[in-house]
Design a binder for this molecule. Structure first.
Ligand SMILES: Cc1cc2nc3c(=O)[nH]c(=O)nc-3n(C[C@H](O)[C@H](O)[C@H](O)COP(=O)(O)OP(=O)(O)OC[C@H]3O[C@@H](n4cnc5c(N)ncnc54)[C@H](O)[C@@H]3O)c2cc1C
Length: 404
């Protein structure tokens, strides 16, 4: 698939087609290249178009996916990050291990990065692609993160928040913990890249020969461990359009387009029995006779802003499967709705996303509300595994087994 042509439709058929197109063996051989056979499934996995255990079951059946496959291990990385999130909660937003000492990382994202004008094609193209598609290949994410933290000395958290907001697949655990892994606050050494590494995995327009990145790993490591910043290369701005905005509530025209509501009209629930509460990480069309109610919690979004592209992606899918979409402070709207309607059965799936997590935890006490756990396809070790290898060892050992 041509990377620049990749796009993400919200139809079930489109998602199913993408799942059918997965090539387990080619993935293994080519996944590190920007034009390799990656799956492009991440927006669908993040937003729960189908729960990950069901996706893995399907890939096992259709493509004989098993623990020996690289794709299985990469999906395992996602489960590992969720495992860490489940244990640390808001702790993933702080350094897990001490940062490289003696460096004062900036908390501001510089304008040349925001406008894709660093003069380094690898970075500028990544940012343009991010803004255009809401997606980036894993290698481009690693280069971008390493450039920001180690070469430009930007603190990983504001940079992670910026990337998160523009990705359609933005997942707080996979994103923030990957940034920490690059930064060395969740790994034993900083992740660095040079021009030769880019040349190996990307086509020529992405290369960065004759820039300060075109050097040895020794030079780059010295830079990463010093307070120095890589010099900028002035260049004409590549980005023609203004920097896409991040929104803490859906843009007004989308509020109208999707007819978002601030409270539920009780008349709409007359004659209903089962209500499925659908949040942005569980956008699966439920089987059974459900009244599906989309729910968006303002408390979460005040902390984590999204691009227009991401709001549109989530709301289009939500509108497609839900009768109504409620956007509110859910602790003051949803809980009274459940309390005032003891004759109705509510169902919801847990997520570690802050604000939603605490709210759903509170719902567990209501007899008329069934809370499904965060879906997982691997076991979730009781104690926090400090590294992926420890986690992998435990979840693939004989005493443990992938869930059916
Ligand atoms: C700085 C940085 C930020 C990232 N932010 C996110 C994010 O917000 N959301 C997100 O889903 N992934 C994130 N990743 C992980 C990875 O880059 C993406 O999951 C992957 O590029 C998505 O494209 P794909 O579906 O085509 O991946 P494929 O390579 O086809 O992988 C299939 C699936 O496996 C999982 N996966 C693959 N690689 C990883 C990985 N390294 N870590 C965790 N899960 C993985 C994803 O669910 C992915 O959809 C980040 C990585 C880095 C280095």
């Amino acid at each position: 698939m041509n990377k620049l042509a990749v796009f993400f439709d919200t139809d079930q058929d489109f998602f199913q087609q993408r799942l059918n197109q997965v090539k387990v063996d080619r993935y293994e051989k080519t996944r590190n290249s920007l034009d390799g056979s990656v799956t492009y499934l991440s927006p669908y996995i993040t937003h729960g178009f189908e729960a990950l255990p069901a996706i893995v079951r399907y890939l096992k059946m259709k493509h004989s996916l098993n623990t020996k496959h690289k794709l299985y291990a990469e999906l395992g990385w996602r489960e590992y990050f969720q495992h860490v999130w489940g244990h640390l909660g808001n702790g993933i937003f702080e350094d897990i291990r001490p940062a490289i000492p003696g460096i004062s990382y900036s908390s501001e994202m510089p304008l040349d990065i925001l406008t894709a004008n660093t003069g380094i094609a690898t970075i500028d193209r990544s940012i343009q692609m991010l803004y255009t598609l809401g997606y980036l290949h894993n290698h481009a994410r690693m280069w971008l993160a390493s450039y920001c933290v180690h070469y430009r000395k930007i603190a990983w958290l504001p940079a992670a928040q910026w990337l998160y907001g523009h990705l359609l697949d933005g997942d707080l655990a996979s994103n923030h913990l990957s940034w920490q892994w690059v930064a060395r606050t969740f790994s034993s050494k900083p992740y660095l890249f040079n021009a030769a590494n880019v040349a190996k995995y990307a086509s020529v327009e992405w290369h960065c020969e004759n820039t300060p990145i075109d050097t040895t790993y020794e030079v780059l490591e010295n830079l990463a461990f010093s307070p120095d910043v890589m010099p900028r290369i002035p260049r004409a701005t590549l980005l023609q359009d203004p920097v896409p905005e991040l929104f803490t509530t859906p843009p007004t025209d989308l509020v109208e387009k999707f007819a978002l509501i601030k409270k539920v009209d009780p008349k709409k629930l007359l004659g209903k029995t089962n209500i499925a509460l659908i949040h942005p990480w569980n956008l699966k069309d439920q089987e059974g006779p459900f009244f599906q109610l989309g729910i968006i919690d303002l408390g979460f979004h005040q902390r984590f802003a999204w691009s227009r592209k991401r709001w549109e992606f989530v709301l289009t899918r939500m509108k497609h499967i839900c009768r109504d979409i409620l956007i509110a402070d859910l602790s003051t709207t949803l809980i009274p709705l459940i309390e005032q309607n003891p004759h109705l059965n509510f169902e919801i799936t847990q997520t570690y996303n802050p604000s939603y997590f605490e709210l759903i935890k509170r719902l567990e006490v209501y007899e008329n509300t069934l809370v499904h756990p965060v879906p997982r396809f691997l076991d979730d070790p009781e104690n926090l595994c400090p590294s992926f290898s420890k986690f992998w060892q435990q979840v693939t050992s004989k005493n443990s087994y992938p869930r059916p």
